[in-house]
Design a protein around this ligand. Structure first.
Ligand code: DON
Length: 307
């Protein structure tokens, strides 16, 4: 007899719980305070069935996992051609906070690294859009994708903004090259609020399942993203979602994914499932150590490798 999915997910978490390697992010002081032992996993199918295990009620800031979904919003607001003028689709092969600009066009190499995600936030809604409305744009979109009203963690936001010199420096550089056309401080403030949206693993698996479904939310059946936009986002996740570890990840695990420094990890298998995992300790690339290993198990046991 096969093990029921929830028992299987519990078993995956149990076997990985003794891995306490890595450390919580400390460049955002508030994240260093997270309980490092939290661990949760959730899978949502393209037909809307959700299976979860572990600390499924734990809320954590979405951080870089916001990037693919905000990129989707920018594409829908401005059109893919306009977005491609400002942000490339090539792997950077560098850390998430490198200023990886294409030497010919000065565009950030992709929308998964901070420079590209700051540029994407600055494209939302239109040129010189109201900064508050840009934040509302992503909060409303993410809430629809997750199927419940999400909110911003103000403490995480303030904590990151106080130490955001690196992102501010990059935003000023982007302004110099006219990739950003609005005030760099306002765009980084909005981007930082975007990163501070609180989610659970079930929110993440639902958001990813919507992508897997070509943009239709599996439970509400509402079309939230265009099919072409969903494909663009999943492709860029495959190429660059795991930063300088993206090639190793795609060959070994084979699930287009995106990590966040609060310890979240989201993965998507087109037409099949969305996966969310969470555990705060990070490896040297800034990816959750245990979440990464949970994905490795799912890929192997359930034949989830894309190829
Ligand atoms: O901009 C930053 O540095 C953070 N708000 C997000 C970085 C992040 O999540 C990197 N991912 N693993």
């Amino acid at each position: 007899m096969q093990t029921p999915i929830p028992d299987y997910l519990d078993e995956v978490l149990d076997t990985l719980r003794d891995d306490d390697s890595g450390a919580t992010a400390d460049y955002i002081p508030e994240l260093a305070n997270a309980n490092p032992d939290q661990f949760a996993l959730s899978v949502t199918t393209a037909t809307g069935g959700t299976y979860s295990a572990g600390d499924t009620d734990a809320e954590f800031s979405i951080q870089s996992i916001s990037k693919p979904f905000a990129y989707a919003a920018a594409i829908m607001d401005r059109g893919l051609d306009r977005v491609l003028e400002s942000i490339g689709v090539e792997p950077s092969g560098e850390a998430f906070n490198e200023l990886s600009l294409d030497p010919e066009t000065n565009r950030p190499k992709n929308s998964m690294i901070n420079a590209g995600a700051i540029a994407a936030h600055g494209l939302l809604l239109g040129e010189h859009a109201d900064p508050e409305e840009r934040v509302d744009r992503v909060l409303t979109l993410f809430s629809k994708l997750a199927g419940r009203q999400l909110r911003i963690d103000d403490k995480v936001f303030q904590s990151e903004l106080e130490t955001a010199d690196h992102n501010l420096a990059m935003a000023h550089m982007l302004k110099k090259y006219r990739i950003l056309t609005d005030d760099p401080h306002e765009v980084v403030t909005g981007y930082t609020r975007q990163c501070s949206i609180l989610v659970t693993v079930e929110d993440l698996s639902m958001m990813a399942a919507t992508l897997a479904n070509g943009g239709v939310q599996p439970r509400s059946r509402e079309r939230i993203l265009d099919a072409d936009t969903s494909r663009q986002v999943m492709s860029v996740m495959a190429v660059a979602g795991m930063y300088d570890g993206a090639g190793d990840w795609l060959t070994r695990v084979g699930i287009p994914a995106k990590s966040g420094v609060a310890g979240g990890l989201v993965g998507v298998l087109p037409d099949q499932v969305g996966i969310g995992a969470f555990s705060p300790r990070l490896d040297k690339h800034g990816n959750s150590q245990r979440a990464k290993r949970a994905f490795e198990r799912l890929s192997k046991d359930m034949g989830m490798h894309l190829f």
